[in-house]
Structures are given as C-alpha cells and as structure tokens.
Design a protein around this ligand. Sequence first.
Ligand code: SIN
Ligand code: MN
Length: 269
Amino acid sequence: MSNQTLGPSVRPTGAGCEWSPTLLEQYHSQGYVLCRGLFSEKELQGVQDELPSILAGEDAEDDLHRERERSGAVRQVYLAHRHNALFRDLTQNAKITAPVRQILKSDCYVWHSKINVKDAFEGTVWLWHQDYGYWQFDGVDPRFVTAMVLLDRATVNNGSLMVVPGSHRWGTLAHYSDAVTTSYKQWCIEKQELVSRVKEEMIVHVTGEPGDVLFFDSNLVHGSGHNMSPLSRNTYLAVYNSIHNKPRPVENPRPDWVVARDFEVVPLT
Ligand code: SIN
Ligand code: MN
C-alpha cells in the first residue's frame, strides 16, 4: 500500500517512562517510533496557548531565533526550550527524555529545538534529507535522537512528515545544498540516491493528533510537503545529543541557536 498512514497506537510500557525492549528494538530497526497520545490535551494546552505570542514576537525582544517564509510568515522558531518555561518543561519531560537516554545509552544535552510552523495554505516543503546531512559538518557523530511533538493534527493535506522506515541503516547519503526552493537553505539528498533507493511503497506519512510524539534517528530519510490545507500544522522538535558527542572544532562553526554551546545535561525529572 502506498502513502500508508501509521498503524495502531504505540504507548510506552514498563515502569516509569522507560521503553520496553520491544519498543527499543522497533526504534533501532525502523529508525523511528511513533508514540500516540504521549501527551494529553491538558498537558499540551500550556504550550499551545504560548504559540500565538511566540509567533508574533521579535527576535530582538525575546532572544528566540525565527526563520521566515518568503511571504514573511514564520517558518521556524529556535530556542524556545531556553527562553520559555513551558517549552523547557516539555523538553525535559521524562516521557521524552527517559527513552532518549535509553536509545543514546548516555546522558544528553539539547542540540537545538525548533517549532516548525506550517500555517494554513502557507507552510512550504522540506525536501528529502537526513538531519545528519546537515549536522555532519558540525564536528559530531550521528548520536542524536529527535522528538517531534505534534501540536496540531497532522494530515496528508497539511504537510505531515514523511519517513522511509529503515533508511537510517543506509548510512549518510550524499547531500547538496538548495538555496532556491524555499527561503531556508536546505541540505537535500542527491536525486540519484533517491531514485535508486526510495520506492513509492516505502513512504510512510506520519499523520496524527496533538500529543503524538515521533522519536527518530538522525540518519532517517524524511521530508514533508506544502501545507495545502485550511489546517495549520505546527510541531515542536527537540533534538538531543549524547553528552559524549560534543562538537569538535570545525572550520565554519554555525551559530549557537542551531548548534548549541550550552552542554548542560538534561536533568532526570
Ligand atoms: C517538517 O517540519 O516537516 C520537517 C522537519 C524536519 O525536517 O526535521
Ligand atoms: Mn529534518
């Protein structure tokens, strides 16, 4: 079946917030796990209520970093985990950080965080890539986990994330830099690599509801389309790096909003 949506609910099992060996095994074999309903409507209400003022704010006033679409609409907001208490609490929530520690087998710090915004009839494409396609130039190894928290319903029409299960085992594919498709310079997988590896029936749309959380590997092939729908598609992505994988010096270090120099270990809560 092509363009399938994900199957039945997966919830964390076992004591506390740790994942079961089966769920961990699923993560390592597929390169991702979708935890449906990890956060309730009530738990998410606070961060959802913060969004309008975060989106309307100015970097100079609140120290966040915003990327914008060509239209001027906000495309991404970085640094909410540092400057907003509710996003900081979400980033440190054990329902996310306990499995992240299990996956990384170490303590971790926040590499960066971003609210990815796709306004109704506005948000634009993320071309096929691996996150490590961006981060490979930052002096680190691929020892990351990203937790993508759905803040809105994600549908095929509003540009839900697409993933290729198992593609993290392909290693890091050749990427090129695209500065024309969107306002944001994207690192994208070379077309030849895509043609030879990605078959239509492999593509899975991560559709879901607010409170669902996708955990994924930094070499998982993923992307997403335009928002062609009247529904906004906002998500929050917190990226965790192993504390043993701090960046080595590189020729062109990127700014702290995207490659954090704050190595504070995410506390056990
Ligand atoms: C998206 O927001 O659809 C893309 C997220 C990502 O590439 O990490
Ligand atoms: Mn990505």
